[in-house]
Design a protein around this ligand. Structure first.
Ligand code: PLP
Length: 395
């Protein structure tokens, strides 16, 4: 479609366009049930196990430490609910605390709303103005009832990179489990699950040029969790349900490609980011870049505009889309709720500032010329809103 071609897609933290190799792997995948004991079934089993080895290699883990599931949301739920339920029901603990951070994705934050967890003490770690967890304060929060700390590797809205290595070291020192949501960071930060001392880590295929419908939870050998789904014995009894072989194989193909091309991909992201910020500074010097003073993901920019009311911010978003630029206000799944970003408000931005912020997230298909074009679009969308406001005042 020619229209689609003209559209500039800068919303890759919401989802990415699958690599050709991933789509091909998905299309050509075997259909037989990987649990069946006949030749086609065994071939499917072989495909899943080959994919597991590739996924494990991607994060420096062992294949037995990878549990495939359907999405990052499920991986995060399996990690938190799995640990809580194990300590509550299998270990019989009655006093359980879990520390999370206020800028986590809703697939972590909203686990606190599960009625089954009303007796769990969820504690919120303090953060600074960039959304980074305050390590000294985090350490002070640790009481004997804390069994788990869940803190993301990088924030999906601002790109802020958390001090995940120090958090891992702290958890290890205090014998507390550490879950790290690496859904947005994977493919943009090179990490090794063993070296960062995490016990559980979530990765989702569609955020790294893979198909929707596949993700995995890394669970360090020896860590005990209970499943979310009860049924067959798939995934070592941790995730019942027939495996989505095509999506899993497509995901594994991405793991390999990203490992091979990591430096090239990240250099490209940095070129796009630097060109975009350079253009924005040149033509719109008043725009504030959130988390400017800290290390952020190479593909992510969070930019705040100085609108004076929410209608201007809404009109601005509408204008951007109409002019052919896809960016977002925050996480895609929260945008529909029409509420200002919980990430930005937790960092201390007002509701208006949060609503006047756009997230720009580049992907490998983007070109430097698109960053120049995008700033032109942003500039005229902004000018249209401000001029409309002035015209109204003069009426
Ligand atoms: N965690 C983070 C940091 C995310 O950005 C997202 C999706 O936006 C998720 C978890 C949920 O992943 P999925 O869309 O695969 O459920």
């Amino acid at each position: 479609m020619s229209d689609e071609k003209k559209y500039i897609y800068f919303d890759n933290n919401s989802t990415t366009k699958p690599f050709k190799e991933a789509s091909r792997a998905e299309e050509e995948a075997r259909f037989a049930n990987a649990s069946s004991y006949h030749r086609p079934g065994l071939q499917s089993r072989f495909a899943v196990e080959t994919a597991r080895a590739k996924a494990a290699a991607f994060i420096g883990a062992k294949p037995q430490e990878i549990t495939f599931c359907s999405c990052g949301t499920e991986a995060n739920n399996l990690a938190l609910a799995g640990v809580i339920n194990y300590y509550k029901y299998s270990a019989g603990l009655s006093d359980i605390s879990v520390i999370i951070n206020p800028t986590e994705h809703h697939s972590v934050l909203n686990i606190t709303r599960n009625p089954a967890f009303k007796d769990i003490n969820f504690m919120i770690a303090p953060i600074d103005k960039n959304g980074l967890v305050d390590l000294a304060a985090l350490e002070k929060m640790i009481t004997p009832s804390v069994i788990l700390i869940s803190i993301m590797m990088a924030n999906n809205e601002t790109g802020a990179i958390m001090p995940y290595q120090q958090i891992g070291a702290l958890c290890r020192q205090k014998s507390i489990l550490f879950h790290c949501d690496a859904v947005c960071a994977s493919g943009k930060i090179k990490y090794d699950a063993k070296k960062i001392n995490c016990d559980l880590l979530s990765v989702s295929a569609h955020k790294m040029y893979g198909p929707k419908g596949a993700a995995f939870l890394y669970k360090k050998r020896g860590v005990e969790i209970l499943p979310l789904l009860y049924g067959g014995h798939q995934e070592n009894d941790l995730r019942a349900g027939t495996e989505n072989i095509g999506a899993i194989e497509g995901f594994a193909a991405c793991c390999e490609i990203i490992t091979r091309d990591f430096d090239k991909i990240n250099t490209h992201y940095l070129e796009l980011k630097s060109s975009f910020i350079g253009e924005l500074n040149k033509y719109m010097p008043g725009v504030k870049i959130n988390c400017r003073d800290i290390e952020t993901l190479p593909n992510t920019v969070s930019a705040a505009f100085d609108f004076t009311n929410p209608h201007q911010a809404n009109a601005f978003m509408f204008n951007l889309d109409a002019a052919g630029l896809a960016v977002s206000r925050g996480a895609a799944c929260a945008s529909g709720a029409g509420r200002p970003s919980h990430v930005l408000t937790a960092m201390g931005l007002s509701e208006l500032e949060a609503g006047s912020t756009i997230r720009v997230s580049f992907g490998i298909d983007n070109r430097v010329e698109e960053t120049i074009e995008a700033v032109k679009i942003i500039h005229s969308a902004y000018a249209a809103v401000i001029n409309a406001g002035k015209a109204l005042e003069n009426e």
